[in-house]
Design a protein around this ligand. Structure first.
Ligand code: FEO
Ligand code: CA
Ligand code: CA
Length: 660
């Protein structure tokens, strides 16, 4: 997206705009293209389309009306008009209140946000940058009092820091970093745990909440599970191979059934500089992960991020991190059993037999969909009994077959090709190189798997596939049926017998995204979807307590789709299936993250990430955006305040469930 920054291509990093790192030519399952739609959706669509085409006929109009009348959407709200400006917009009758901004204090003694005098120490006591995943852990079962857990994925230097940008020939140039700036960046990464409470219908931050916590790129963490203590994760600073500092590029995440916060480390390749020593055994492993890319300059001041000085450090990132929020001093654990790749989210659900299933996407072009099934069972009566469930279990990678079945292939040392003959000597090796294991197993190469949302109401699972413009005609397969897939699609999985722990199931495409009025795009929104209701690039998703699907997007823009990113309500059931409506949209330059619908459905939390990052292609601005010259000063709109990523709480005026 943001290719005007020669030094810091942070949005580019986020958008995984690289060439893709999967070198294999495994399973395209032949050249068969089988875009699978539900028969009913197809019939209804054909009826409505032919009826609308014959607009001169009153009878045809009546038929179209009948078709619409049958369509019972699960959502009821007045759609927002798609478009672009410097503000956010929510459906009429709703309030969208900014709850937590970058720089807001989250402790009683946090310093005031002073963007011209930032320090690493103050940032470590303030809400971090680029909020992505937003989760909620209730206190005493309440939907009005609990802990908000938020990932801070990455930093945009040109928007954060004054006096570091020069514009030359319409392009932004960012000055090289000094150590202080790097240390502020490191403190702005990670996550936040913040007590919040709804009083008189409005959410408030409890600044002296005893469990409030900032996690940064320097927080002590423990490597846990099969990789802990392995030689390949030992470093100069840590001969035990268990003690790591920090989590980085945490994109999406989840809250476990036992009330811990899990967070996925995604684009870790951008944080490493330098060359591996000539004789390093990690060369192929790092290449498969795109390491190093050197987007950030941390390695200039911290040796562990320089591969020539500490060749194993990068094996200690790319994991799912579990944080026990009940103790603000607990040591977060990197749960290596869930594999090492560019983790998006980690949403989970309890299977029929009590085991817990985590759905995991690897966000890279041509990479894979995974799930992890715990060996032990969830104990709802004893929280502490669940606290190490994530250390033992089976990781599976998905193979989407052309006949509409899905197979979950075990990523287990000694099984199939995952043997000594292929260079694996233990489960630790398999997990450190999860992607190579997936290659050998013949997993299906997907169009950038993002969030995956299990739905406990209808028993299905929804996979967001954001886009893959590098897919060629001869690389099509049933589950990824469009070449140059610019707008992405959503797959629906039905696990066998409704058992989320099953190793087989069925799948079909719920929705191919993009503008349905342009035939070449091949989008498959229902004909009840308005010109505001379609979207491109699905990224995150939430399933609410009624089992309804909400989708947030990354990459809509004036140029790409003539609209900003936002939250769309997507019907999955009955005649309304694949109907989408716009509920909320972000200000210019932003990406939409979250969303989260609280258990009582009376609040939706959304995260506005990197607002103001761009503006060239918007006629209201038309030039690069940076600290001194911003396309928006959302959310404060004050001349002396920069644009600030923030979490927004959406409630219905007068109360009640969202979208009902
Ligand atoms: Fe951080 Fe997959 O987006
Ligand atoms: Ca994402
Ligand atoms: Ca995203």
């Amino acid at each position: 997206m943001n290719d005007q920054t020669p030094v810091f291509k942070t949005s580019q990093l986020e958008a995984n705009e690289g060439p893709g790192h999967n070198p294999t030519d495994n399973p395209t399952m032949g050249e068969l293209i089988a875009a699978r739609f539900s028969r009913r959706g197809f019939l209804k669509g054909s009826l409505a389309v032919s009826a609308i085409a014959a607009t001169v006929s009153p009878m045809a109009l009546m038929l179209a009306d009948d078709a619409r009348a049958e369509t019972k959407s699960a959502f009821n709200f007045e759609e927002v008009e798609a478009g672009i400006d410097e503000k956010h917009h929510v459906a009429a009758g709703y309030d969208a209140d900014v709850l937590l901004r970058w720089g807001d204090g989250i402790f009683a003694d946090s310093p005031e946000f002073d963007p011209r005098n930032q320090t690493p120490e103050s940032q470590a006591k303030q809400f971090g940058y680029n909020n992505d995943y937003v989760g909620y852990i209730p206190i005493d079962g309440s939907s009005e009092h609990g802990l908000l857990v938020v990932n801070h994925e990455y930093t945009n230097e040109h928007l954060m820091f004054p006096g570091i940008v020069k514009v030359a020939e319409g392009k932004i140039e960012v000055a090289p970093a000094d150590k202080k700036r790097v240390d502020i960046e490191m403190a702005a990464h990670g996550g936040s745990v913040v007590e919040i409470k709804k009083t008189d219908g409005k959410w408030q931050v409890i600044k002296d909440g005893k469990l409030n916590r900032r996690i940064t790129a320097n927080t002590e963490m423990q490597l846990s599970g099969p990789v802990a203590g392995h030689d390949r994760v030992k470093t100069n600073a840590d001969s035990s191979g268990t003690k790591v500092f920090g989590m980085i590029n945490n994109c999406s995440g989840g809250v476990t059934p036992w009330g811990t916060y899990v967070s996925g480390e995604e684009n870790i390749h951008g944080y490493f500089l330098g060359k591996l020593p000539e004789d390093s055994k990690e060369a192929a492993n790092y290449k498969r992960m795109g390491i190093p890319e050197g987007v950030y300059e941390w390695g200039k001041f911290h040796d562990r991020f320089d591969l020539s000085k500490d060749p194993n450090e990068a094996n200690r990132f790319g994991w799912v991190v579990e944080i026990d929020v009940n103790d603000p001093n607990s040591i977060p654990k990197k749960r290596t059993a869930l594999g090492r790749f560019k983790h998006e989210g980690a949403d989970s659900i309890v299977a029929k037999d009590g085991r817990v299933v985590f759905y995991l996407g690897d966000d890279e072009r041509f990479d894979y969909v995974y799930k992890f099934v715990t060996a032990g069972k969830f104990n709802p009566d004893d929280r502490s009994a669940n606290l190490d469930l994530l250390d033992e279990g089976t990781l599976y990678v998905a193979k989407f077959d052309v006949d509409g079945t899905i197979e979950w292939l075990p990523v287990v040392f000694g099984q199939g090709p995952l043997t000594e003959a292929n260079g694996f000597h233990s489960q630790a090796d398999v997990l450190i190189e999860t992607r190579r294991a997936g290659d050998l197993l013949g997993a299906t190469k997907m169009d950038r798997p993002e969030d995956i949302g299990p739905n406990g109401v209808n028993g299905k699972v929804y996979v967001m596939l954001t886009n893959n413009t590098k897919r060629k005609d001869d690389q099509l397969d049933a589950a990824n049926p469009r070449a140059k897939n610019a707008f992405g699609h959503i797959i629906e999985i039905a696990e066998e017998d409704g058992n989320f722990a099953a190793t087989k199931g069925k799948w079909e495409i719920l929705l191919k995204c993009g503008d349905p009025s342009v035939a070449d795009v091949g989008a498959s929104f229902s004909t009840d979807t308005t010109k505001n209701g379609w979207f491109g690039m699905p990224d995150n998703c939430a399933v609410d307590a009624d089992g309804r699907l909400w989708v947030s997007t990354d990459g809509n823009s004036p140029k790409a789709t003539g609209r900003t990113d936002g939250i769309w309500a997507v019907d999955t059931e009955g005649a309304a299936r694949a109907t989408s409506k716009l509920f909320f949209r972000v200000p210019v330059g932003a990406e939409m993250c979250g969303p989260l619908v609280l258990p009582d459905m009376a609040t939706m939390m959304v995260a506005v990430q990197h607002p103001g990052d761009g503006g060239e292609d918007w006629e209201g601005f038309g030039r690069p955006s940076y600290y001194e010259d911003l396309s928006t000063r959302w959310p404060d709109f004050k001349d002396d305040m920069p644009v600030r990523p923030a979490v927004v709480a959406i409630t219905k005026k007068g109360g009640g469930k969202i979208g009902v």
